[in-house]
Design a protein around this ligand. Sequence first.
Ligand code: WT7
Length: 642
Amino acid sequence: MSEKIYAAPAEFVTRANVSGMENYRALWQQAADRPEEFWGELAEKELDWFEKFSHVFEWDPPFAKWFAGGKINVSHNCLDRHLTTARKNKVAILWEGEPGDQRMISYQELHRLVCRFANVLKSLGLQTGDRAIVYMPMIPELPVAMLACARLGVTFSVVFGGFSAEALQARIQDLGAKVVITADGGWRRAKEVRLKPAVDEALSDCPTVQHVVVVKRTGSEIAMQPGRDLWWHDLDTNVSDDCPAVPLDSEHPLFVLYTSGTTGKPKGILHTTAGYLLGNHMTMKWVFDIKEEDTYWCSADIGWVTGHSYIVFGPLSVGTTTVMYEGSPDTPAYDRWWRMIEKYRINVLYTSPTAIRALIRQGDKWPESHDLSSLRLLGSVGEPINPAAWEWYHRVIGKGRCPIVDTWWQTETGCIMIAPMPGAVPQKPGSATLPMPGVIPDIIDLEGQPVGDDREGFLIIRRPWPSISRTLWGDPKRYAEQYWQRAPGVYFTGDAARRDSDGYYWVLGRVDDVMNVSGHRLSTMEVESALVRHPAVAEAAVVGKPHEITGQAVCAFVTLKQGDWNHEELGRELRQWVAEKIGAFARPEEIRFSDGLPKTRSGKIMRRLLREIVTSHTVTGDVTTLEDMNVVTKLAAQHDED
Ligand code: WT7
């Protein structure tokens, strides 16, 4: 592989929060040699505590505790502590709705909104330890709701607005939520995405839910169930602006975020308070190199972990201006993002390879018709970025001036784990480069032995770090099995990777049955179990198929029950079926009908062979365990006919 190396321009390095490789190495070494001192000092200096912690780190494998004995509040750290500084009237959230409406909310005003909504939650009977589900469009009330929950110690779970009623119901039930916070709908591609009807459907079987709080965003006609459903604006009329943040244990559960695993049942990744906050706070400074005067934009949806950590908690903790956009990049035209960067003089942009590739396809004329000279740093997350997309991002968007931080991390890791500190670590397109301080990665083989440099293997992390997920909600056993037992005593990421002779990490993708579609994790099992619930389907096997824009696309192999089926019609119906069962983003791109699926003699579907068929259209791998080779030959031939 040709390896070009890009170092930051001198003026970037001079002003960087961490300048030069030596300084990066010194920080990393310090954290590796004396982790408790390193994190203890940062926690004390960078966060605001009600009561200091007594221990930095407690480790009862695989369960970690950080900063035990401390009392702290995330909402206080994101808001109150800025109000005694020049930041009090600085814009905290700079929001633009898709129709073009704007809101600029200062730290002081955000504090007021959060206090008022926390008082609303209290008036509905919510207390520390209760749970809330948040199912909202990208409007300011979404971070307000999250921060209000955090203020009271109400553990929340944000469910991405693209999830179906059924997926929402499963999450409400698993969490045992008392309240659902939602909106009538939101705007995307100039159409309303309705949310409240999905909540109504989900609540048909959610006995724990006492109230639904509804923001009026689109003004469309919705049903309000008397006694249960309440308008946000009605509740907001009679509450005080003052609501003290509750001093919470460092390990108090902050939020649960459901993500796909290798079974049909989503995993509730639990993050707690102090360690999660510290990880996000530090990586805002180390990776995004945040300066007081920056305007920072992460284009993710808050429904995914990227939005939690890098739209809400990280940016507000360091006191930056965080931009939030409701809608789609192509509305009203493909220059929407570039227009916003020009208009708000945005300095740091954090987005995904899938978005970059979609924008490349529209041509350079869109970014070129705008002044992007305010940009000084670019970021990428969600999947490996292909070097061609990296180069385009660097040249056409960054005009060759802006370093690119390719950030590798996961819902479970809470914050960025491997990424360049842009003023210190030169970049190689396609590599997430070097680990953050406190992160000790390695690459191992099936026996758990390190493979050494330039060899592929499983990416693992040797020691816990402050923002690591503490457990799976209600399922500590699955947590231990999934992450700590594949290779005993180390954190198993589920990714394959290679480390080169400069120590740079190249993440290659998942090693399990998890697909990555547009940077969103989706399990093959989840889609399969949706498909087999359709009355016509006998069996289904799902694999990720390489896709130019979304990285992977869902490809489903389906065998049907006896009957006279119209394949074209049924294909359409099944794609829609999956969208209804899980969400539109899970809709298979392709359904292939077949008489049989390749199986081992013990009856296990060999997805590996199907993956080969959709990737290279032939099968070259080991087929000795295959029960019936004919099935594979037919499937491969079927593709050639298409
Ligand atoms: C998986 C985690 C954490 C943010 C969004 C996704 C892949 C993520 C990169 C990157 C290569 C990446 C991995 C990882 N991934 N960022 N910069 N380079 N791969 O969160 O849904 O928890 O998915 O996304 O495969 O395991 P997630």
